[in-house]
Design a protein. Structure first.
Ligand SMILES: Cc1cc2nc3c(=O)[nH]c(=O)nc-3n(C[C@H](O)[C@H](O)[C@H](O)COP(=O)(O)O)c2cc1C
Ligand code: SF4
Ligand code: SF4
Length: 280
């Protein structure tokens, strides 16, 4: 059996989850023999291998942005095709909520010839997390990666059992709930923020501290959308930037930062640990 992983992961949390699920696939003791895994990383470009035969399997791992699948992930994966190929759909989120992302990803892959047979929602450090406003800092941790490997093993066994697996209803996958007060506070914050944006729109962008920047070019290399030009790292193209914070997290001298009022409100209201959830 062969499993193809397709992923989009600007800050790398989804990449770690994807690797652990693939490890679980590979170490599963199945009657059909070992599972061979291949990774197609779509963070920087659309994958070259886009067709997965029906007797193989696929794993899709994408981040949640605003309760949906990150739009750039869907653009990158648009050309991938299955032929009744079983697929595992996994969304990675920053400990707030997955919204409709799992349902959206399952529908997206189904439209392209895959059969979603399992789903998962895993927590990764929030893109906006900073030492002052930590949000799911250092996730995924060992426990998360164990859960990811377990999912890989369970899916591999299910697929190797021979029977054609039925499609799952990904809308049944729910992230752990947040306390009601936190939800109310967050909704009120978002409503206030939207009102302010209507009156005085402000397009937030990452900034570069010119005094610290060594022009190493790492942020430009890490940017999934080419919003930073090599040699002009203090500039960010507002039309290309998706605010993924890969440049901020990857700068070795902390010269890049992204200041957003969301960081404090998320850190305050979504501090309680949420465990991964799976459906198969
Ligand atoms: C623009 C944007 C919107 C986000 N929206 C959500 C969200 O709605 N819910 C949530 O829990 N996390 C949200 N996050 C956090 C990411 O889903 C989370 O950090 C994820 O681990 C990033 O995946 P990656 O490391 O694979 O890039 C958002 C992050 C960004 C950049
Ligand atoms: S990664 Fe940091 S130090 Fe390197 S060019 Fe970018 S902002 Fe400058
Ligand atoms: S410039 Fe924007 S899109 Fe590029 S890595 Fe930084 S936050 Fe992400």
């Amino acid at each position: 059996m062969k499993c193809h992983t397709y992923l989009f992961s600007p800050t790398g949390t989804g990449r770690r989850i994807a690797r652990a699920i693939a490890e679980g696939f590979a170490e599963a003791d199945t009657q059909a023999g070992p599972v061979e895994t291949t990774t197609h990383d779509a963070t920087y470009a659309a994958p070259e291998t886009a067709s997965v035969p029906g007797d193989e399997a696929a794993l899709f791992v994408v981040p949640v942005y605003g309760g949906r699948v990150a739009p750039t992930a869907l653009q990158r994966l648009d050309g991938v095709r299955g032929a009744g190929t079983p697929a595992v759909v996994v969304v990675v989120y920053g400990n707030r909520d997955i919204g409709s992302a799992a349902t959206e990803l399952a529908a997206f892959v189904a439209e392209r010839g895959f059969v979603p047979v399992a789903a998962g929602a895993f927590v990764g450090e929030h893109s906006y997390s900073t030492p002052a406003t930590p949000i799911a800092a250092a996730r995924p941790d060992a426990q998360d990666l164990d859960a990811a490997r377990r999912l890989g093993r369970e899916v591999a066994r299910k697929l190797a059992s021979g029977a054609t697996p039925a499609a799952i209803d990904a809308s049944r996958l729910r992230a752990a709930r947040s306390p009601l007060l936190s939800l109310v506070r967050f909704i009120l914050f978002v409503l206030r923020y939207r009102r302010q944006q209507k009156r005085r729109p402000v397009r937030l962008l990452p900034q570069t501290d010119a005094a610290r920047c060594t022009h190493c070019g790492r942020c430009a290399a890490l940017c999934p959308t080419g919003a930073i030009a090599r040699g002009e790292e203090e500039r960010t193209d507002p039309a290309r930037c998706i605010r993924c914070c890969a440049c901020v997290k990857g700068c070795p001298v902390a010269a890049r930062s992204f200041t957003t009022p969301f960081a404090a409100v998320l850190a305050r209201n979504f501090a309680r640990r949420k465990e991964p959830v799976t459906l198969l």
